[in-house]
Design a protein around this ligand. Structure first.
Ligand code: SF4
Length: 463
């Protein structure tokens, strides 16, 4: 097999892995052939995906798919586990500031039905508890807690509520009722400061603002979270530790920012959409090993830099540049876009606040409160649409794909608002698709819609 960048199947990875080993590939302890995650872990979806063929991508996938082992090892070493729910990117920064605490997102169970191709019983269990398919796939989390088959039960469970989606609040309440105590902390719906009434305006990451009163409120809520982490960890989580934690989180966010810049704006795409989706997700919770997560991303960034420097990549140079809105329940959807002649040039996966740098010029709890309030979920959807328009221009996308999530309460009308804003403001074509946890049955429809979008863009390009 040649060493040029390509997207390859799992079968091709078998040969590629052997080849890399012969060439002297050195791997971390969690390394190995990707196929073992199918044979030993039941991750059958891997058989249907296409992957980047670099050693950096192999390490990324192996890191992602061994998180459960790391959590178990952390517990064995006596570390305390914090299950952070729904805030996507704030509580883990606090938790990792203490050496004896590891945080993870039980929300990640969202992808279990996809990755295991419904072979786990998580959705059935959720059904039996009255949380049926009128809810989004995050309901798989209920099954994951009851079977304890995917992650250990955390020592502390926190959940962000208030201006979050109804699905998550309802499911987390059900979890609480089943005997899993939860520390609830609230984020109010973000609003504009009332300048006529003299309200102080506070800048938030991502170019947003909020009234001082709201920032103070969230900071006081996060103080309760800090107290709970200290109690479970048996030590003080002081401002100095938090400052260090923020600094390390920002180091990772800077690596990711450069990676996104290269992947989404280079003339030839260096890293495919699927690997970039996983890379972005690492920013949320460091995949249960903060330092290693940074090293994994740095290696991917190195590969991206090398490819951009050589002007090579796994996709065609004329691939249509598509901005992707919302995460997909089935990872295969990211492959389909590229199979149809597209490439991802910018994303908004509902966690842009986990990618933006956390302010380092204010007190750490103030900085974290500002970050939490910058969550695209807690503000008006017009703020989200503004951010999307800005990023579309930044990355030079030619079209927008809004992927809806079946049953998800966050996007019932949001997709339409984003659609309209992008079309009116930028005049770009927008397509909407709905992606269930296993999209095989609707793949022809998804493909047709994406192909239509690609054709429209090609027709608009100047000859
Ligand atoms: S409704 Fe949307 S935001 Fe809420 S848990 Fe589901 S996917 Fe996440």
């Amino acid at each position: 097999m040649k060493d040029s960048p390509a997207r390859i199947t799992l079968e091709e990875w078998d040969a590629r892995y052997a080849e890399l080993r012969v060439a002297g590939l050195r791997e971390p302890w969690y390394g190995g052939p990707l196929r073992r995650h199918v044979d030993e872990g039941g991750d059958y979806r891997l058989l249907r995906l296409r992957y980047d063929n670099s050693a950096a991508a192999l390490r990324l996938w192996n890191f992602l798919l061994t998180e459960e082992d790391r959590l178990k090892e952390a517990r064995r070493q006596g570390k305390k586990l914090v299950g952070a729910m729904k805030d996507l990117g704030t509580v883990p920064v606090m938790a990792y500031s203490l050496a004896n605490v590891t945080a993870f997102y039980p929300d990640g169970a969202w992808w279990i039905p996809c990755v295991m191709e419904l072979s786990s019983r998580d959705l059935e269990i959720a059904d039996s508890l009255g949380i049926d398919e009128s809810f989004c796939p995050v309901r798989a989390m209920l099954g994951a807690f009851l079977t304890e088959a995917h992650f250990p039960i955390p020592d502390l469970l926190t959940c962000n509520v208030g201006a979050t989606c109804d699905d998550f609040s309802a499911i987390a309440q059900r979890l609480n009722g089943l005997g899993f105590p939860i520390l609830w902390w609230e984020t109010p719906h973000r609003r504009q400061p009332d300048s006529a009434a003299g309200e102080e305006s506070v800048p938030l990451p991502g170019g947003l603002i909020a009234p001082r009163e709201q920032v103070d409120f969230v900071r006081s809520e996060l103080e309760r979270v800090r107290g709970a982490i200290e109690e479970v960890a048996g030590g003080r989580l002081d401002d100095a530790a938090l400052r260090d934690g923020i600094r390390v989180a920002n180091r990772m966010r800077r690596v990711l920012a450069e990676l996104r810049q290269l992947a989404y704006s280079a003339p030839v795409c260096p890293i495919p959409a699927l690997e970039m989706l996983i890379a972005e997700m690492l920013a949320l919770h460091f995949c249960s090993d903060r330092e290693e997560a940074i090293r994994v991303l740095e290696e991917l960034l190195e590969e991206a830099r090398r490819r951009v420097g050589e002007g090579v990549g796994p996709l065609r140079k004329d691939a249509v540049r598509v901005f992707w809105v919302n995460p997909v329940a089935d990872l295969r959807a990211m492959n389909i876009l590229e199979d149809c002649g597209g490439r991802v040039c910018g994303t908004e996966y509902l966690f842009s606040h986990a990618l933006d740098p956390i302010p380092e010029d204010v007190a750490p709890m103030e900085a974290l409160a500002r970050t939490a309030l910058a969550d695209p979920m807690v503000g008006p959807c017009s703020d989200r649409a503004d951010r999307i328009c800005r990023d579309i221009q930044l990355f030079g996308a030619e079209a927008v794909l809004v992927s809806r999530i079946p049953g998800a309460s966050h996007c019932a009308v949001e997709g339409a608002v984003i659609h309209e804003t992008v079309r009116k403001r930028l005049g770009l074509p927008v397509q909407e698709i709905e992606v269930p946890p296993l999209c095989d049955a609707v793949a022809p429809t998804i493909r047709t819609r994406i192909e239509a979008l690609i054709e429209i863009v090609k027709g608009r390009r100047k000859p």
